[in-house]
Design a binder for this molecule. Sequence first.
Ligand code: FAD
Length: 519
Amino acid sequence: CLATHIQNTIRLLPNTEYHGLVNKSTVWVFGDQLNRQIGALRDAQPNTHRILIIESHLKIASRRWHVQRAHFIIASMRRFASELREAGFEVDYRFAESMQEGLRLHIEEFVPSKVIATEPNSYAARTLVSKLGVESVKSNQFLCHPDVYKEFQKGRKSLKMEDFYRFQRKRLNVLMDGDNPVGDRWNFDEENRSGPPKKDQDRWPKPEVVALDELDAEVLKDVSQFSWGVEPTGQWATTRAGALQRMNYFMQNLLPMFGEHEDAMLASNWHLAHSLLSPYLNLGLLLPEEVVAAASREFVLGRVPISSAEGFIRQIIGWREFIWNCYWQWMPDYAQMNSLEATRDLPQLFTNPDKTSMACMKSVLQGVNERSYSHHIERLMILGNFSLIAGINPQQLTEWMWNSYVDAAEWVMVPNVIGMSQYADGGMLSTKPYASGGAYVDRMSDHCKGCAYDRKKRVGEDACPFTVLYWDFFLRHEDRFVRNPRVARQVRAAQQLADRDDLQTTAVSIFSRLDNGLL
Ligand code: FAD
């Protein structure tokens, strides 16, 4: 088989000389490791190393990607190859049927003295690299390597994000005053939960947009047959310089406002004060340490309040790194978990949102179509929440999100969907299911005003699907959740509803309309 052939070939590679020529080593760079400072590339030199980047046809054609996501990744890879060439490297940017085939052809053509890769960011790619006998270098793309995470795990019965976050603050010495947190509090989350502001809903500076060029047009030609959604508008930068510019723009214009309305959702404003930096972090165009350093600097210079700086830094060194380590701790079985036995197929409205009368779902899903992005609370409390209470299959939701979001990657998508939003892991990541009804959506957004459904109604044709399915969810799973102290109160309240039977009849009608594309 191809893998064994490559493994044997790698084993037999001439050490440094081949036909009298001093041979270079190959650094194999994956599409989400686009940074000179990452792992094997950090020590690579043009006179001793050659770079291999593979654009695999199988990978691109394996899904129907959102066109902005496909374009973002491929354009970033091609531009990174050009940057490496400008820095003097010989780059073999190879178009191949598969990654294995690309590597085989590269070895055949260049006979490198050895092939090195930085530990890849996905379980499948790490397995491939080790199967092929490629030497791997420890990754420094994240701030807490799984080896370091083991120190955090030692002696702990439960692994809470907040404890991990404090562990990270101390070991990385971020926002610390000796052994104490700056401002005498670890967490300013309570100040960061306001709903949408009543006035001045356009207060947040608009994100920057760049003009597209010939390379973008070329990439679009290549990916259009595998993709859907609105074509790129220049929203997502595809170089490190562009990503740095976005980071600086965020630090100067939006970080001071980050936090307060972090959980709010507005139909009229898709970005609020969110950083929009996840795509760059996930591809390596930005490194987490430089983002954290920039935010800390803004705080130290007195330009940003502690609640904003802390709130943002917690997302990066806390949530992001925690999720990364959950992935490595629990994969590969984790991705297939479905503890609530949710079997409903992903409804049509996810791919065709124009027809739904649910204002919140329509707005968020249309936003995904337009930008390949929605912010955290829209992912968790609209799309995730709806899927949870409607019993949608978590693997189908993961697939859809993976295809749809510009910042998607298995390591971050799987724990966020399977664990945080769908409770499909039975509570390994989150101690309670994130289920909410129409009252929450109304408090945190401007979607309910003017919606065809009435968020206060639990019964009848115009009852809000979020409200009805929220109660129905706790009734469907009453045995499991009545034993969970964090949500037992909701289960008991559901059991005591006077209109419980009518509510459940309404739920049946909602499911039927949902499955038939009529909700
Ligand atoms: P900001 O609000 O500005 O936050 C700053 C940064 O914090 C983000 O850029 C991100 O790097 C990090 N962050 C915050 N929360 C999380 C989290 N829960 N997990 C990991 N990183 C976090 N994030 C992805 O990067 N890719 C995904 O595929 C992805 N899928 C998600 C699916 C679901 C169902 C949920 C609930 C969350 C998902 N997230 C994902 C996490 C989060 O929603 C995004 O990181 C965030 O919305 C990106 O936008 P931003 O850069 O403007 O974030």
